[in-house]
Design a protein around this ligand. Structure first.
Ligand SMILES: Cc1cc2nc3c(=O)[nH]c(=O)nc-3n(C[C@H](O)[C@H](O)[C@H](O)COP(=O)(O)OP(=O)(O)OC[C@H]3O[C@@H](n4cnc5c(N)ncnc54)[C@H](O)[C@@H]3O)c2cc1C
Length: 223
């Protein structure tokens, strides 16, 4: 077996190195800077530049904004990003996007995947609650059907980047009579929807990454 990188892979590595050398400012020391407004502003523009190259979710098919990257290309990219302490896409969009590719409708793919692939849209994940961490099946946040909408009430906690997010990928209980590990549904919630309150949780380093998120009669259309 030949363990050397191919010529194309070496060129790809050099392309990433050149990009990082050009784009990472001298003051950038790693993702801790994301807790500041200046760091966040840099991250946003940096991520969009990577999105324009199809690098954010490079394993995705080209039709969804990736570059159908090989495992070796992904390895090279990850190695170079880590070596330079460069901020990869740290919002939760890639998790959500991959799920939408597998389980989403064509309309959901058209609506949500481009923003994730280009880095335009920021996502947060609403799983944990004050009484539901490792035991996620204990979630209490509820969604009740009301005509063409669902009405959501409850609270999430440790929601990374909720204060920056455009959308929340939210786990809620839709069937309170089902056994504990069933009756849970996933919703996409626009974070500008009335009834959502985001309250910061400041960590021990004094940075703001986590939040509590409260849902008070938040109406989400059925998709
Ligand atoms: C950096 C970071 C980012 C995060 N971002 C998000 C986010 O964006 N969205 C989100 O929803 N959540 C987020 N979380 C929350 C995370 O998912 C929860 O912290 C995690 O699920 C654990 O829940 P908990 O903190 O309530 O701990 P607990 O569930 O209370 O667990 C505490 C300890 O008890 C142990 N334990 C629990 N149950 C058992 C058992 N039955 N038997 C033996 N041991 C047990 C656990 O292993 C752990 O050591 C984030 C957490 C971190 C650290």
């Amino acid at each position: 077996m030949d363990f050397r990188f191919t010529r194309e892979e070496e060129v790809f590595r050099q392309t990433i190195r050149d990009f990082l050398q050009q784009e990472l400012p001298p003051w950038w020391e790693g993702i801790e800077a994301l807790g500041t407004d200046e760091g966040w502003a840099f991250y946003r523009s940096f991520v969009r530049k990577m999105g324009a190259k199809g690098w954010l979710n490079m394993h995705w098919p080209k039709e969804y904004g990736g570059m159908s990257a090989t495992p070796m290309q992904q390895l090279i990219f990850t190695e170079e990003m880590a070596y330079h302490c460069a901020p990869a896409q740290i919002d939760l969009g890639p998790w959500v996007g991959s799920t939408i590719i597998v389980h989403g409708s064509d309309e959901q793919k058209r609506k949500y995947l481009p923003g994730i692939a280009t880095g335009e849209a920021e996502w947060c994940i609403g799983y944990s609650e004050p009484g539901a961490g490792s035991d996620l099946a204990a979630i209490q946040t509820r969604a009740v059907e009301d005509g063409d909408e669902y009405v959501i009430n409850g609270q999430k906690i440790f929601t990374s980047l909720a204060h920056r997010a455009d959308y929340c990928w939210l786990a809620v209980r839709t069937d309170p009579d089902a056994p504990k590990h069933r009756g849970i549904s996933m919703f996409v919630v626009d974070m500008r929807t009335p009834g959502i309150t985001v309250r910061p949780l400041i960590d021990m380093a004094g940075l703001h990454t986590f939040n509590e998120v409260f849902f008070d009669d938040v109406r989400v259309p059925r998709e």
